[in-house]
Write a protein that binds this ligand. Structure first.
Ligand code: OSB
Ligand code: MG
Length: 371
C-alpha cells in the first residue's frame, strides 16, 4: 500500500446536550476528519483533539499542523505501507498521540477495506455487542442532574459516570446514589484534585462507586498510588496512561486498579491493544473511554471494546446521545444498553456525503506528500 492523497476536513457539529467537565463547557464539536487515499483504496480517521488544550496538551489546529506538515510526509515515504509500519514511522516524532492516531486509524480503515476484514477482527474482538455507559457532564443543579440521569437509566445505559470537580463531587454523587441504589456508578475528575484533597475524596467511599477516574494530574502517578492506599474506591487512570509502558509502570506502582483506554490518547489502536494486553497480563480490567466521537470514532471504539479484557462498560453511546445528525448513519443502542460491533470491512461504515457537506467548515487536500 502507498499513501497518495489526503483530505483534511474540519466539521462543526452541534452537541445535543452541553457537556461540561472540570476543563470547561462545550456546546459544539469542532472535529478534524482525515480521508486517506491509498493505492488500495480509501479510509477514514477521526481526530479526538478538542479545539483547545485542556484534556491534554493537544488541540485541533496543532494536530492538523503536525499531521499535514510532518506525519503525512513521513508515512507517504514508507515502502510497503501497513498500519503498523505507519505507526513505527510516526514514532520518530515524540508526543502528538491524537494526531498519530488519526493517521493510523485512516490507514487501518483503508488497509482493512481492501482486505474485506473488519476492525473488530483485525484487533482480535471476541464480542458482537458492547455494554454502554454514559458520561454525564457537570450540571447546573442537583435537580437537573437527577433529571438527566433518570433519562439515561430509562434508556437502558448499563452504568452512569458523573463528571466531578471541587465543589461538585460528594453531594451530586450522594444524590444519584440515593435515587438509584443499584446502578453501576463511577466518577471522573479529569485531574481536578491534588493529594491534599485525599480526605475529602475518601467521602466518596460511602457510595459504592465502581471506580474514581483520574482524580489527580496526569504526571502524578506516584501520588495516585498514595491516594489509592487511602481510599476504598478503586482508582482508574485515564490521562496518566499514555502507552503500554506507562500502564505497566502505573500498575506496578499501585497507582491504579483499572485502566481507561482511548486510542487517541495513546497514539492509535495498535498501542491501545498493547495496553489491553499488558493489563490482561496483570489481571487489571480495562474499559474503552470516549471523546464524544462521531460514528467513525465510535465504530473503531466498538471494535476495540469487543476485546476480551474490556470487562467494564464503555464510554460509547449511540449517535443520538451526542448529535442531532451524526456524520455516519446513526449508531443505535438496544433497550439492554448494548451497541452492536460493526462487522463490515474496515470501520464498517462511512460518512454520509450530504451531512458531511452540511457541517464542513474547511477542507484541505494534500496530494504532494513526497519529500
Ligand atoms: O475524561 O473521559 C474523559 C470527553 C472529553 C474529554 C475527556 C473525557 C470525555 C468523556 C466523554 O468523558 C465520554 C464520551 O465520549 O461519551
Ligand atoms: Mg476520563
Amino acid at each position: 500500500m502507498k499513501l497518495e492523497r489526503v483530505e483534511l476536513r474540519r466539521i462543526d457539529i452541534p452537541l445535543r446536550t452541553p457537556f461540561r467537565t472540570s476543563m470547561g463547557l462545550e456546546l459544539r464539536r469542532d472535529i478534524l476528519l482525515l480521508r486517506a487515499e491509498t493505492t488500495e483504496g480509501h479510509g477514514w480517521g477521526e481526530c479526538v483533539a478538542m479545539p483547545e488544550p485542556g484534556y491534554s496538551e493537544e488541540y485541533l489546529d496543532g494536530a492538523a499542523e503536525i499531521i499535514s506538515r510532518f506525519l503525512l510526509p513521513m508515512v507517504a515515504a514508507v515502502e510497503g505501507l501497513t498500519p503498523a509500519r505507519a505507526a513505527q514511522a510516526m514514532a520518530a516524532i515524540p508526543g502528538h498521540p491524537m494526531a498519530k492516531a488519526t493517521v493510523e486509524m485512516a490507514l487501518t480503515d483503508a488497509w482493512l477495506r481492501a482486505r474485506g476484514t473488519s476492525y473488530a477482527d483485525h484487533l482480535g474482538a471476541v464480542r458482537s455487542e458492547v455494554d454502554c455507559g454514559v458520561s454525564v457532564g457537570i450540571a447546573d443543579s442537583i435537580d437537573r442532574l437527577l433529571a438527566e440521569v433518570t433519562g439515561y437509566v430509562e434508556q437502558g445505559y448499563r452504568r452512569i459516570k458523573l463528571k466531578i470537580e471541587p465543589g461538585w463531587d460528594v453531594e451530586p454523587v450522594r444524590a444519584v446514589r440515593e435515587a438509584f441504589p443499584d446502578i453501576a456508578l463511577q466518577a471522573d475528575a479529569n485531574a481536578a484534585y491534588t493529594l491534599s484533597d485525599a480526605r475529602h475524596l475518601a467521602e466518596l467511599d460511602a457510595f459504592d462507586l465502581t471506580m474514581l477516574e483520574q482524580p489527580l494530574s496526569a504526571a502524578d502517578v506516584r501520588d495516585h498510588a498514595t491516594l489509592a492506599r487511602m481510599l476504598r474506591t478503586p482508582i482508574c487512570l485515564d490521562e496518566s496512561i499514555i502507552s503500554a509502558r506507562s500502564a505497566v509502570d502505573a500498575i506496578t506502582l499501585g497507582a491504579c486498579a483499572i485502566v481507561n483506554i482511548k486510542a487517541g490518547r495513546v497514539g492509535g489502536y495498535l498501542e491501545a491493544r498493547r495496553i489491553h494486553d499488558v493489563c490482561a497480563a496483570h489481571s487489571v480490567p480495562v474499559w474503552c473511554g470516549g471523546m464524544l466521537e462521531t460514528g467513525l470514532g465510535q465504530a473503531a471504539n466498538l471494535a476495540l471494546a469487543a476485546l476480551p479484557g474490556f470487562t467494564l462498560p464503555a464510554d460509547i453511546a449511540p449517535s443520538e446521545r451526542y448529535f442531532a445528525t451524526d456524520v455516519t448513519p446513526a449508531i443505535t443502542m438496544n433497550a439492554e444498553g448494548r451497541i452492536a460491533v460493526p462487522t463490515g470491512a474496515g470501520l464498517g461504515l462511512e460518512p454520509v456525503d450530504e451531512v458531511l457537506e452540511r457541517y464542513t467548515t474547511a477542507v484541505a487536500t494534500l496530494s504532494d506528500l513526497s519529500f
